[in-house]
Structures are given as structure tokens and as C-alpha cells.
Design a protein around this ligand. Structure first.
Ligand code: G1P
Length: 306
């Protein structure tokens, strides 16, 4: 008999990671450093995503890159010269850190020649899928969804209810304008997660037009049917091909879509306002840097009169 986690292990082979954005919210750092390589303590955000994908049991990371963003893929290559030097100096801990990304998962590059939107980026990943893959996960590297394991829960829901499953957060009504927003209804489901059925989805609506305060946050488990839908959408919000619109099209055609409401937290690494708290959070939890950071933060808060 296979346990649920063994079952999950075979279910998702490819995790799609759209990483072609220009990182305009993070200038000037992103003039030369892709935002996906900015470190959370000492580990680039993209490696945290690779770790989450490997934990899910996926074996392939399809990284969608822009023509001038090759460094993101470089991070998953071996560095024989550096490895040899560290080895000869007995720096085992650092050696393991250098090797880790390549050992976690096989990263493959998919080039997006032009920034035509998230839907366009995800659609390009179909070219690297094997014939028998009937589902893919999409992980947006801007979003750290904690604790990790959200997609495992979404897989359990797909196994029970079929179709596609997305991760949702319930946000303040003023925030809906930044997200893909779900129109939802209750569904019969007696499993351990908070699950709702999605009746429609709209990208970045006004506060008044938003159908709910449940929004998409960076983790998608999509039936392969998404690629066909992505071929049929036209430019939407911001003049871009939106993943939200392809999901909405699937729903309108009767494809089951559900959300798992995430119980936990999320950091938005895509802008300094979300990145700084993420680094503090991971820093405080770090066995080496945590204790000192705690003390320094108290002093800084004092200094600022907080
Ligand atoms: C993208 C999606 C949006 C989703 C958001 C989550 O928007 O288009 O539907 O809610 O990610 O972070 P972006 O943040 O790229 O503007």
C-alpha cells in the first residue's frame, strides 16, 4: 500500500518557477542581480523554492528566464573549481552549501523572449513536460508560503476532488487590488484542510469589484488542461496574458478548481517592504545568527523609540 506522501511523491514531477521579471520594485539592486538570487540570510530565494519543490517530491524545476537573466540557472550548476578549493582547505560546511542547489533538483531553463505576462510564462513550460505528466505545480519565487508543504495539501485535495487546486490567503479588503481574487462557494469536503470551491477568478480587481477577500498567493497545482486554456486567452489586466484568466476560462468550461486556505504566513520577497521582514524572520530562526540578531534588534528598536 502506498502512503499519502508516497502517492504525492509520484504526482508532481515538474515545478514551474516564473523568474523572468525585471525586478523593478527592487531597483537599484536588480540592475545586475536577479531578484531571485537575493539572499534570505545566506540562501537565494530561488534555492528556497528548489528546496520546497524537492520536498514535494518533484525532480524538475522549469525556470522561466528572460534572455538576460542567465545567472538564475547558473546557481544550479556545479562549480568544480570552487568545490576543489574548498575541499582542499577542509571547508566541508561551505562545500555542502555550494553543492546543495544542484543536488536538490534538476533545473532546466525555459526562455521567455518577451515579458508578455505570467500566463505566457507558465504556458512556455509545457515544452519540458513528459507526455505522462498530467499535473504541474507553479511556485512564484516572490512568495514564501510558510510553513512549507502547502502544495502537498493541495495534492491531497486534488486526489479527492480532482481538477486544479490553488493556495489562498484571506487578506484585508484594501489589499485585493494586488492579487488574483477568487469568487468562492462552500464545498462538501471532510478532510483536514479549509477548502472552498472556486466559481470564478479575477485579476487585480478594484476593491468594489472584488468578489471576495480570498486571493491567490504563489502556489498553484494545475491540471495539464491549463496549457490549452493558456493558448486561448487574450491579454487581460495590465495588457498581459494572465494565468488568472486561463484558470477562470477552465472554471467556466466546467473544470473543477478549489482553494486551500493557507493557515500560516507569507513573505513577499519581490519588494524591500516584504523582503526585510523575511530576512529578519529567517535570521531570528537561524541557529548561528538568531541569538545575536535578537539582541541587536532590541537595541535598534530602543534607538528608534519603538
Ligand atoms: C501574480 C498573479 C496574481 C497573484 C500574485 C500572488 O501577480 O498574477 O494573480 O495573486 O502573483 O503573489 P503579481 O504579484 O506578479 O503582480
Amino acid at each position: 500500500m502506498t502512503t499519502p506522501s508516497e502517492h504525492n511523491r509520484c504526482a508532481v514531477k515538474t515545478v514551474v518557477v516564473p523568474a523572468a521579471g525585471m525586478g523593478t520594485r527592487f531597483l537599484p539592486a536588480t540592475k545586475t542581480v536577479p531578484k531571485e538570487l537575493l539572499p534570505v540570510v545566506d540562501t537565494p530565494g530561488i534555492e528556497l523554492i528548489a528546496e520546497e519543490a524537492a520536498q514535494l517530491g518533484a525532480s524538475r524545476l522549469a525556470v522561466i528566464t528572460a534572455p538576460n537573466k542567465q545567472e538564475v540557472l547558473e546557481h544550479f550548476k556545479r562549480f568544480p573549481h570552487l568545490e576543489k578549493t574548498l575541499e582542499s582547505r577542509g571547508k566541508d560546511e561551505q562545500l555542502a552549501k555550494v553543492r546543495r542547489a544542484a543536488e536538490l533538483i534538476q533545473a532546466v531553463a525555459v526562455e521567455q523572449p518577451e515579458p508578455l505576462g505570467l500566463g505566457h510564462a507558465v504556458g512556455l513550460a509545457e515544452s519540458v513536460l513528459d507526455e505522462e505528466e498530467d499535473v504541474v505545480a507553479v511556485m512564484l519565487p516572490d512568495d514564501l508560503v510558510l510553513p512549507t508543504g502547502a502544495v502537498e495539501k493541495m495534492l491531497e485535495v486534488r486526489n479527492e476532488l480532482g481538477g486544479s487546486v490553488l493556495c489562498a490567503f484571506d487578506v484585508d479588503e484594501d489589499e485585493v487590488v494586488n492579487y488574483g481574487v477568487f469568487e468562492i462557494e462552500e464545498v462538501e469536503y471532510d478532510g483536514p484542510h479549509t477548502v472552498k470551491r472556486v466559481r470564478g477568478m479575477v485579476e487585480k480587481p478594484s476593491k468594489e469589484a472584488a468578489p471576495s477577500t480570498f486571493v491567490a498567493t504563489g502556489r498553484y497545482l494545475l491540471d495539464r488542461a491549463i496549457f490549452d486554456a493558456l493558448r486561448r486567452i487574450t491579454p487581460g489586466a495590465g495588457g498581459e496574458l494572465q494565468l488568472t484568466d486561463a484558470i477562470d476560462l477552465l472554471i467556466q468550461e466546467g473544470h473543477p478548481v478549489h482553494i486551500v486556505v493557507h493557515e500560516g504566513k507569507r513573505h513577499d520577497l519581490g519588494n524591500p517592504g516584504g523582503y526585510i521582514p523575511a530576512v529578519v524572520d529567517f535570521g531570528l530562526a537561524h541557529p548561528v545568527y538568531g541569538p545575536h540578531l535578537r539582541q541587536v534588534l532590541r537595541e535598534i528598536l530602543d534607538e528608534h523609540g519603538v
